[in-house]
Each structure stands twice: as C-alpha cells, then as structure tokens.
Design a binder for this molecule. Structure first.
Ligand code: HEC
Ligand code: HEC
Length: 291
C-alpha cells in the first residue's frame, strides 16, 4: 500500500482498494485516478482475488503477477512513464534495500515487483462466513432463517447460481465467465468485446465472486447500483432488456419478502477474518513493497 509506488508519489493501491472499505472504494461509483481523473470502472474488491482470474472486469489480464504492472504504468492510475522508471523508484527507497535479493534472489525488477505484489494479493483470502459454517459446517444457527430461504432462492427459482456458481471444488459464487446482464449495455461499456473483438462478447462482464459482497458497495463494474437491495431489484425487474442480453436475465416475479431474503443470504457471505486482513494491510503501509 505504498504511495511512493506511483509516479506522483501520492497514489497507493489502497487509494482505490481501501482495505477498510472491502478493498474497494465504497464512496465512489468508479475509481478516481491520477490527478483526480474519474475512471470509467469501479475498483473491484481484492478479497479472494487469487481465484478471480482472468483479471479486470473484462478479463484482459490472465496473470495476477502481471496485473499490478499494468496499473503502475497506466497514465490514469499510478502513472509511471515506464516500468524502468518504476523500478528506479523502488531502488531509491531505503527500506526495500536487500529485500528483493532476500525474497527473489536478485535486485528489484519489474518482474520481481509484480511477483511481490502478486504474492501479497494471494494472501487476501477470506472465507469461513456464516454461510460456510451453516452450509458446509452444519452449524444450524450460523445464519438466520431468512438467509437460508434466500440461499434456496439463489440456487433455485431466482436462477442466480447459474452464473454465481458453487461447485464441488470451489464455493466462489462465480463461473469465471462473462455475461451480458444489460449493465454494460446501459452504460455503453463494450466489456469483453474490447479484449476479444468478437461481437458475441459485446457488453459482457466477468461474473464477480460474491464472497464479502456486503462490504464491497457500490456494485457492478460501473458502481451504478448502490446497495444489495438495488442489485436484487435490478435482477427482479429483468435487468436492462436489449438484443443480446443473457436469456437468464428475465423478470423474476419475486415478492418483496423474497427480495429481502436474497439480500440476507448475500449478507451471510462475509468472512470471519476481514478485520485481520485490514489490520495486516495497514501495518505494512509504506514499509513493504508486497503491501
Ligand atoms: C486509481 C485507482 C486504482 C489504483 C491506484 C489501483 N487500482 Fe487496481 N483496479 C482499479 C480498477 C478501476 C480496476 C478495474 C479495471 C478494469 O476492469 O478495467 C482494478 C483492478 C484490479 C485488479 C483485478 C481484480 C479482478 O477481480 O479482476 C487487481 C488484482 C488490482 N486492481 C490490484 C491493484 C494493485 C496491486 C494496485 C497497486 C499496485 C492497484 N490495483 C492500484 C483501480 C485502481
Ligand atoms: C447470466 C448470469 C448471471 C445471473 C443469472 C446472475 N448474475 Fe449476478 N452478476 C453477473 C455478472 C456478469 C455480474 C457483473 C455485472 C457488471 O459488473 O456489470 C453480476 C453482478 C452481481 C452482483 C454485484 C457484485 C459486485 O461485486 O459488484 C451481485 C450482488 C449479483 N450479481 C447477485 C446476483 C443475484 C442475487 C442474482 C439472482 C437474482 C444474480 N446475480 C444472477 C452474472 C449473473
């Protein structure tokens, strides 16, 4: 979280991925970048990002170790003119002296800085939520009855689990795929199309992991929905219908009570180690490149 890792010396990863705001920015719809520029997309949460490949809302980056390097030289983000300039900055910072040699058997390089940041990101794991303790742990009282009914709606009638999948291997509430829910269409963001140039991918956005989702408002790739209740309402009224929208995005006819139950279920996905991850992130501030 070292702000000296930006060209102007004032922007850290935490400026957009605030640890105490779910590793995103709860107060802005889209990220605020270099010189206060309003960027077009919401900062995704970094909880469980180790499992969020391919990275970015449009999946343009397959490698977690390379993802931060893109941010470091993006003129609207950390804005180093080049990776060489970023490496030169790290070489000048006294507390990093010797640490790359120790950890990576060589002096700072773009590749090693990417690996250091990637290694840190891989530690941001957060599970053991009330949902896990109930569903996997068999603790009947870990979640309230409304959240249980929300779970059955999520994986039943409301069809959410078709895309926010849970499998034998992983309970991440994502299929690691891209879909057109209408949000990108409404906001004129080409989404996945920008990466593949396949017209079938127009307006498609990566299905986000929903763990800790109660902490990561605002929602959707453009932060256009402020609360979980608004997200559920969005799905219930059938998304933003248009040509090409995913056929599973349909008016759901949920009652107000069912909508509230879905929200209660989503609120049961908050892991038990969030405070610990926040404390850890802040205790390394400005002293550890892997922060
Ligand atoms: C100016 C705000 C800003 C800063 C500073 C910033 N990010 Fe981000 N980050 C974003 C936005 C916005 C996106 C999504 C961009 C997109 O999808 O096109 C993103 C995406 C990501 C992703 C992909 C997550 C996923 O689920 O696909 C990772 C990982 C990430 N950032 C890590 C970092 C790290 C590490 C740093 C510091 C080196 C950093 N970010 C600095 C705003 C920022
Ligand atoms: C067709 C696949 C699909 C279905 C069905 C679906 N989702 Fe989504 N969901 C997505 C995609 C893709 C996004 C990202 C959209 C964007 O960012 O523009 C998303 C975003 C979300 C978000 C926002 C997460 C964040 O971090 O911004 C929540 C919450 C959510 N969905 C819950 C649900 C619920 C509840 C249902 C059922 C009522 C549901 N989803 C049904 C694919 C789907």
């Amino acid at each position: 979280m070292d702000e000296r890792l930006s060209s102007g010396g004032d922007l850290s990863c935490a400026a957009c991925h605030h640890p105490e705001q779910g590793f995103t920015s709860n107060e802005t719809r889209t990220a605020v970048g270099n010189h206060g520029k309003i960027l077009r997309r919401n900062s995704p949460s970094l909880f469980n990002v180790a499992f969020a490949a391919p990275f970015f809302h449009d999946g343009r980056q397959p490698e977690l170790d390379l993802q931060p390097l893109e941010t470091l030289v993006d003129p609207d983000e950390m804005a180093f003119p080049s990776l060489a300039a970023m490496v030169a900055r790290v070489e000048l910072l006294p507390e990093y002296e010797g640490r790359f040699e120790e950890a990576f058997e060589g002096p700072p390089s773009a590749e090693r800085i990417g690996r250091a940041l990637g290694s840190y990101l891989r530690t941001l794991l957060s599970a053991n939520s009330p949902f896990d303790r109930w569903y996997f742990g068999g603790e009947t009282d870990a979640v309230i009855p409304a959240a249980k009914r929300g779970f059955f709606l999520f994986f039943g009638g409301a069809g959410c689990g078709e895309c926010h999948r849970v499998t034998q291997e992983a309970a991440l509430f994502t299929d690691h795929d891209f879909h057109d829910t209408g949000v990108a269409w409404a906001g004129d963001d080409p989404g996945r199309y920008e990466v593949t140039h396949d017209p079938a991918h127009r307006w498609q956005i990566k299905t986000p992991i929903l763990r800790n989702v109660a902490l990561t408002s605002p929602y959707m790739h453009d932060g256009s929905l402020a609360t979980l209740a608004e997200v559920v309402e969005f799905y219930n009224q059938g998304g933003f219908p248009h040509e090409g929208v995913d056929p599973r995005i349909q008016p759901l006819g949920l009652s107000e009570q069912e909508e509230a139950e879905l929200v209660k279920f989503l609120e049961s996905l908050t892991g038990d180690n969030v405070d610990e991850l926040v404390r850890e992130a802040r205790s390394h501030a400005a002293s550890d490149v892997s922060d």
